[in-house]
Design a protein around this ligand. Structure first.
Ligand code: SER
Length: 867
């Protein structure tokens, strides 16, 4: 079977067992502070496991794009070095939400592997949870007794908490698990060493392929395990490893999941992949692996950047670029050309990569160009450092600078050092690295206490599309401390407050009762829970409250959100349908819209787009809102969906005439309420992404009024009706006056020359002129150079006061300089002491400024003594 058939067989098998097949959730996670990227198939069902939400299906199966490069499950450093770890991988999963449990999960797993995929039973081992006394958890005897029916008892192994108790993160749903391992070594090797001893021992050919988790608990922030109300099944099978087993390969990279990409890299580099542990081969694997993670993350909306998830993506891509650069001699961008290979291979299962192929390619190309330049300047820095080195050891701090500022992994620095027969002070590097980790941890530290339950209940119902006020009760609250500041998070039984999402900011407002009023500073979403941020707790959290949304604030937000939809529509109409939303911020003050487009939007286009938007506003088209529409129907209506957005089965559609979008935000009732839209800026934000900022409603009105008042003030000042003509006139006058002044100064300087020479004294056989002139610096220089050209045996010292500051200049004619008699530099150093200043220049001309003009006279007479 090829990879596509293997995947399809899995999905068909579980569909046949009553499972609903769902698409993969985006690889980038939104609305979950505990997770940046999807790290397991179960992430998208977290709220179903925890009971925050009623599951839409009792049995589900899919193939999920996962990324394990941050947080609890982090494989990055191993990727490429071995043959079976990946950054992005596909996890085949089947789930039961409060439906079947251990019995069916184990039976079906066995049936699929041995009867459908026909894996040899004698090559398999299973592990069950062996219990943990610290957690007070017993071993999983139920799983063991089910397994005994299928597999010899000596192939059932006990596993520790580390291997056989699965947790998604520090908190969240968890439970004991049973893993299935396959031994793909040769018969000869199997006869020599018992496979049992290699299970869970990092052996590349005795590997775990499937994990079946029995979700029973919720891990609290306090560390305590709480029983879940219902029991669930969460399974995850490593698709790439399954392909390796079924295609009888010894490495994931030898399956058709990766071979095409590797072949393409061979072709581009002219180097062959020889399947060893050599750096060159590692480079092939690193690149073949990383291109998938980076492509899908970008397609799901996460651009490489300098912070958070964007930084993780940038680091993965840089790791690939660097391996290509160091070991395959690829010093020009090439990784971007692999996107086409991925799109070709995975496009049927994951259409997002085909639809965004151009965009993803361009983003990667730009990153490659940028990083290759950084690599080059980092290497230069390294060369300089190495050349200036006293001993044979590269300073750890310098290695850290390369790592931190130039993105050089330590092994690259080490490699470069060894090429020069130098070594790196690793201890010093590690200290610097550890210090930085502490710094960044301090900067981001958040502690979240466990929820205090005020009353039991289902999760929050959002009623804010129809209500701005409501009688509410608090269900639970908790204390959060972020960077030393504390606040409370509150969950209500129902709420009119909109929680930040889809670019629209959260509502502000109050919770009020006869005891007083508490300000809600923001509203956010955590998974599907709506969380209100308040600074202090009410005295009696169990009391009844009126929740009141700040109406003016909400109205302004709604206006900006609807304006965003009209702008999106007008942009696609004017520029083309390659325009896709790539980011959006909607708050009460303005709107910001990022979209894919590869060139600047011209002034004319912008004007036309703004006009079009305002035309749509004036049409006063009514809002048509479709709540809880099946997603298929919404797509049929032509509703625009965003890549990387996780949509449920039922979606909300917002329609204003021809503008139809899937959207959860709040909107005006008809476009006329927007009043007016003004675009205030257009620019680039990243490769292939433009940003427009605009105002609407009262914001646009205020903006126009401000502009008008500036104009009125100018008219008043200039006493003119035609401002442009008046300003032009002023500019002309000012230019003319400037030129006249310049000419006058020249003339003055020339006549000054003669005046000055009248004051010449002979001191110590040298002609000396020392005078105060109060001219600008340029004129002084002109005079000095003119006299220098005309005279010999002359020392000229001029002093001036300009804008309260003293200026001194010394000119010494060339004959005196060459005779070694005088040096303007030396003279000015002495003289400038008198004006409390300093300066310098050349032996024949030097100047100094000072803050004490009173000292000028002293300086001018001092020169006589010096000479
Ligand atoms: N969540 C479990 C894992 O990631 C099973 O899917 O291994």
């Amino acid at each position: 079977m090829n990879a596509t058939q293997i995947r399809q067989t899995f999905l068909d098998f579980f569909a046949g067992k009553g499972h609903h097949i769902v698409p993969s959730a985006p690889i980038v996670v939104k609305n979950d502070p505990t997770l940046m990227f999807t790290n397991a198939g179960m992430n998208q069902f977290k709220d179903w496991f925890l009971g925050n939400e009623t599951p839409a299906y009792k049995r589900v199966a899919n193939s999920q794009k996962c990324l394990r490069v941050s947080g609890k499950h982090n494989d990055l450093e191993e990727v490429g070095v071995d043959t079976y770890h990946h950054t992005m991988f596909e996890m085949l999963g089947n789930w039961s939400f409060g439906d079947y449990f251990k019995e069916e999960a184990i039976t079906w797993a066995w049936e699929l592997l041995t009867e459908v995929y026909k894996i040899d039973k004698n090559r398999m081992y299973v592990t069950v949870f062996g219990g943990d006394s610290k957690e007070n958890l017993a071993s999983d005897e139920e799983a063991r007794s089910i397994w005994k029916r299928y597999i010899a008892e000596d192939r059932i192994l006990d596993g520790s908490k580390k291997d056989n108790f699965w947790e998604m993160g520090d908190t969240g749903p968890c439970g004991p698990c049973t893993e299935i391992h396959v031994d793909i070594r040769s018969d000869e090797d199997r006869a020599k060493v018992d496979g049992k001893s290699l299970v869970n021992n990092d052996h590349p050919q005795v590997i775990e392929i499937w994990n079946n988790v029995f979700m029973q608990f919720n891990r609290m922030a306090s560390g305590e395990l709480k029983e879940l109300a219902a029991q669930h099944v969460d399974t995850g099978m490593g698709f790439e490893r399954l392909c390796m087993v079924l295609q009888a390969k010894q490495s994931n990279y030898d399956t058709d999941v990766f071979t095409t990409t590797i072949a393409k890299v061979e072709e581009l580099s002219g180097i062959s992949y020889t399947r060893t542990q050599e750096k060159k081969d590692i480079a092939f694997r690193v690149i073949a692996d990383h291109i998938r993670a980076v492509s899908f993350a970008i397609a799901d909306g996460q651009l490489p950047s300098n912070t958070g998830a964007g930084y993780v993506i940038r680091r993965i891509l840089r790791r690939a670029i660097r391996y290509g650069y160091s070991f395959l001699n690829m010093d020009q961008p090439f990784i971007n050309t692999l996107v086409a290979v991925i799109a070709d291979q995975m496009g049927t299962q994951f259409p997002e990569i085909v639809k965004q192929q151009d965009f993803v390619t361009k983003v990667i190309r730009e990153e490659e160009e940028g990083f290759l330049k950084t690599l080059e300047s980092g290497i230069k820095r390294f060369e300089q450092h190495a050349a200036a080195l006293d001993g044979k050891i590269i300073d750890g701090k310098f290695a850290f600078l390369l790592y931190d500022t130039f993105g050089f992994p330590i092994d690259l620095t080490d490699l470069m050092a060894r090429e020069k027969e130098l070594s790196v002070d690793m201890d010093g590097f590690n200290v610097a690295l550890a210090e930085q980790k502490v710094r960044s941890r301090k900067a981001t530290e958040i502690t979240t206490d466990d929820w205090v339950i005020v009353r039991e209940g289902e999760s929050t119902e959002f009623i804010g599309y129809d209500n701005l006020f409501a009688e509410v009760q608090i269900q639970k609250y908790r204390l959060v401390t972020e960077k030393g500041k504390s606040y409370f998070q509150v969950v209500l039984d129902k709420t009119p407050f909109y929680a930040e999402s889809g670019g629209q900011v959260g509502d502000k407002g109050f919770l009020q009762n006869s005891e007083g009023r508490i300000t809600v500073i923001d509203t956010k979403k955590e998974n599907n829970l709506i969380i209100h941020l308040i600074e202090s707790l009410p005295e009696d959290p169990s009391a009844d409250f009126t929740a009141m949304v700040d109406v003016d604030n909400r109205t302004a937000i709604a206006s900006n959100h609807s304006a965003t939809h009209l702008l999106h529509y007008a942009l696609r109409e004017a520029l083309g349908t390659h325009v896709e939303q790539k980011g959006s911020l909607v708050n009460a003050d303005y709107l910001r819209f990022d979209f894919s487009h590869f060139e600047k939007v011209t002034e004319e286009q912008l004007t036309a787009i703004e006009k079009r938007v305002n035309q749509l506003v004036r049409r006063n088209t009514q809002l048509q809102e479709f709540r809880r529409t099946p997603i298929a129907q919404a797509r049929e209506m032509g509703a625009m969906a965003l890549f990387g957005e996780k949509y449920g089965e039922l979606v909300r559609v917002i329609q204003f005439g021809d503008s139809i979008e899937l959207c959860g935000g709040t909107h005006v009732l008809s476009t006329g309420h927007i009043g007016l839209v003004k675009i205030t800026s257009e620019g680039a934000v990243a490769a292939g992404i433009r940003r427009i900022e605009a105002l609407s409603g009262v914001g646009a009105e205020n903006y126009i009024n401000e502009q008008e008042s500036v104009l009125a003030e100018l008219k008043e000042l200039l006493k003119a009706k035609d401002l442009a003509a008046a300003v032009k006139g002023l500019q002309e006058t000012s230019n003319r006056l400037g030129k006249e002044l310049e000419k006058l100064n020249r003339e003055k300087a020339l006549s000054m020359k003669d005046e000055l020479m009248k004051t010449v004294k002979t001191v110590n056989g040298v002609q000396l002129v020392s005078q105060r002139v109060d001219l600008p610096a340029e004129s002084i220089k002109d005079i000095s150079f003119a006299l220098k050209a005309q005279h010999q045996n002359l020392v000229l010292v001029l002093g001036a006061e300009n804008d309260g500051k003293a200026l001194l200049s010394v000119m010494v004619t060339d004959d005196l300089v060459s005779a070694g008699k005088f040096n303007a530099n030396t003279l000015i150093k002495e003289l400038s002491k008198e004006i409390k200043g300093g300066g310098g220049g050349q032996p024949f001309y030097a100047t100094a400024g000072g803050k004490e003009p009173e000292g000028l006279e002293r300086a001018l007479s001092k020169v006589e003594e010096l000479v």
